[in-house]
Design a protein around this ligand. Structure first.
Ligand SMILES: Nc1ncnc2c1ncn2[C@@H]1O[C@H](COP(=O)(O)OP(=O)(O)OP(=O)(O)O)[C@@H](O)[C@H]1O
Length: 300
């Protein structure tokens, strides 16, 4: 189990990470989401020991991570970091050997990873001759060469086409199923929602929400969809509810101080109601909400 406890990191006057705590258990894929500059990369760098924390600690199986454990953490850094001119497979084999594999073991692992990621045909090509998306796949293969005990991936999905996204997602899921905790950052919230067991939402260097996508939804006021016989515009003038979306006869409404019955009664007094049902907000909507709530609390 990978644990981050109360990490702090400043850069001059800027506090990039204020008080970051999170856990990634074996078999779990955890999505790390937050606006630009919210402290995800800085946290990952501290997990990897690339950057020293100003407070807090990183634990592996309840013990502070040391150099030996760090060698076994697979890392996809934001700045990437393979050699553009060297052949893809050679770099992977080199990384495998650095992590203690024999040459033949490393070759086997490299071949398997390239195949899983659908880029085996480029094994002998220099990295720079690949498209950016394919280079990205090689970078992720590189993070997996050390037979990692955990994976820490900074935006592994950025720049990938839908097919590559699926291959990468399957690979991470397979790693997790083998017992490897996976932490990855992403701005693609639909993907995070699809792939993750848990989501950690950060804002201004601290965790503002955490849980399964289902739990995060449960913490919100109920949101309902209502479809009326007539125009739904009157809902805009009702205090105590919040319009999320409104178009013609249909609206998506956050109930706030209203109950579903209040809404039904108000709607029926104005005509027929064709449909009234719970609305599942997307992770993107939840994200907007928790981040704006957290910023509001701070400013106030
Ligand atoms: N080396 C550095 N020197 C100065 N400031 C830094 C440095 N690294 C990060 N920061 C600042 O720390 C804050 C957090 O940055 P960080 O890169 O961790 O955010 P992030 O959540 O990964 O953002 P993004 O989603 O844009 O990658 C930002 O304000 C950033 O400008």
């Amino acid at each position: 189990m990978l644990e981050v406890r109360h990490l702090v990191r400043r850069f001059g006057a800027v506090t990039a990470v204020e008080d970051m705590s999170l856990t990634v258990r074996r078999g779990e894929v955890v999505g790390f989401v937050g606006a630009n500059g919210s402290g995800k990369t800085t946290t990952m760098r501290m997990i990897m020991g690339v950057l020293a924390p100003h407070g807090g600690e990183v634990l592996w199986d309840s013990r502070p991570v040391d150099a030996a454990v760090r060698r076994r953490l697979g890392y996809l850094p934001e700045e990437r970091g393979l050699y553009p001119k060297q052949a893809v497979a050679d770099q992977l084999v080199y990384l495998g050997r650095l992590a203690g594999s024999s040459r033949s073991q490393a070759r086997q692992t490299a071949a398997r990873l390239l195949e899983e990621l659908g880029i085996e045909e480029y094994a002998r090509s220099p990295l720079e001759s690949l498209s950016l998306g394919n280079q990205q796949r090689v970078q992720v293969a590189a993070a997996s060469m050390s037979r990692p005990v955990a994976l820490v991936l900074d935006e592994p999905f950025s720049g990938l086409d839908p097919q590559a996204v699926d291959q990468m997602a399957q690979m991470l899921r397979r790693d997790a199923d083998r017992g490897v905790p996976v932490l990855f950052s992403s701005h693609q919230l639909d993907l995070v929602e699809r792939l993750c067991d848990r989501v950690v939402v950060v804002d201004q260097g601290r965790v503002v929400a955490e849980g399964t996508p289902g739990q995060l939804r449960g913490e919100q006021d109920p949101v309902v969809l209502i479809r009326l016989e007539g125009d739904a515009g009157w809902l805009r003038d009702e205090p105590g509810i919040e319009i999320r979306d409104i178009e013609g006869r249909q609206a998506v409404v956050r109930l706030g101080s209203w109950t579903t019955t209040d809404l039904l009664r108000a709607a029926l007094s104005r005509g027929g109601v064709h449909e009234l049902r719970p609305w599942q907000p997307s992770l993107a909507e939840i994200f907007r909400e928790v981040v704006s709530d957290a910023s509001g609390t701070k400013d106030g």
